[in-house]
Design a protein around this ligand. Structure first.
Ligand SMILES: O=C(O)CCC(=O)C(=O)O
Ligand SMILES: [Fe+2]
Length: 310
């Protein structure tokens, strides 16, 4: 497709060069939705599968309503607008609210029963399981997520698991959805010193790191943030390939592996929240990262930290 007619695209505060060799649209694999051998081939080649319209649109919108209700109750929404529109109060910023997915039957059903887990079961060709933790993001105007791979946040079990990112509503270029760096999963030469580090590990023999990691404050104690870069255009110049994204609709999802570099576009709207979730699926037969399972997963808190001698 021609990228000549695109609006200016922004990521992490940087305008992206949208010329055809640097930027493009995700390949839609919904044409192969029942051909799992073909999906596996595309996943190996591209590092992701973008399944447009694979899920039930109404079910996704219904799930959205449960989230905007939760966001309203959390005081994030501007009360002058219908909740479903997801209009935020000024200065909302990057709202990360995984608790909105707990005990939320609409979200649990959408993500963890029916069509989505069935997709992974067929894709892996065997029994699967998912993380109990669901990353729920409601991103207000401002910067999106900087470029990273997921492995540093969830690499203590298998490395063959997959992320599933899905939008709860239309996500235009202006509202800013996920983008992936084409071919980056094959650039182990550039990733090997980054991707196997664990954000929750610390050096037991370095007192400042021990203090940091065990201070008990949520979100603190990282000596390595897992970020690969703060500058998507510069990163692209290094890796080659194009930044790929799309305008997403309810019913779409994109899934990718632990080694694919991705980020998101900035939210350039005045007051609308971009609402999405990311969930993880893997073969049931493989080890799982225990930071993300259980009724109250430890995640990146003190309980998830692991000391080692450096
Ligand atoms: O939604 C975002 O901004 C980031 C999502 C992400 O990093 C992921 O799904 O792994
Ligand atoms: Fe990610």
């Amino acid at each position: 497709m021609s990228t000549a007619t695109l609006p200016q695209i922004w990521s992490f505060g940087h305008p992206l060069d949208t010329s055809e060799d640097k930027f493009g649209i995700l390949r839609d694999s919904s044409d192969a939705a029942t051909d799992f051998a073909e999906l596996r081939r595309r996943f190996d080649t591209d590092g992701y599968l973008y399944m447009k319209g694979y899920l039930d649109r109404e079910q996704v919108l219904d799930a959205r309503a449960s989230l905007t209700d939760g966001l309203a109750e959390a005081g994030v929404l501007d009360e002058n607008f219908p909740r479903i529109e997801g209009i935020c109060k000024p200065g909302s910023g990057y709202v990360f609210k995984p608790e909105l997915t707990n005990n939320n039957a609409k979200i649990q059903d959408l993500l963890y029963s029916g069509r989505l887990p069935e997709f992974y079961r067929k894709f892996y060709g065997e029994k699967i399981r998912h993380y109990d933790f669901t990353w729920l993001r409601a991103i207000g105007p401002g910067k999106g997520t900087n470029p990273h791979c997921d492995l540093p946040y969830m690499g203590r079990g298998t490395h063959g698991h997959m992320t599933c990112w899905l939008p709860y509503g239309d996500i235009s270029f202006e509202l800013g959805g996920l983008m992936v760096l084409e071919g980056s999963h094959k650039r182990m030469d550039l990733l090997e010193n980054y991707v196997y580090r664990d954000v929750d590990s610390f050096c037991e023999n370095k007192p400042d790191q021990v203090k940091n990691a065990t201070s008990g404050a949520k979100g603190f104690g990282w000596t390595f943030s897992g970020t690969l870069s703060h500058n998507p255009p510069v990163l692209r110049n290094k890796f080659g390939g194009r930044w790929l994204t799309a305008e997403f609709e309810p019913g779409d999802f994109i899934t990718f592996g632990m080694f694919l570099v991705h980020a998101s576009l900035d939210n350039r709207t005045e007051n609308r929240l971009r609402i999405s979730s990311d969930a993880r699926y893997q073969r049931a037969s493989e080890p799982i990262d225990d930071r993300w399972i259980g009724v109250n997963p430890p995640g990146h808190t003190t309980a998830g930290k692991r000391g080692r001698i450096c």
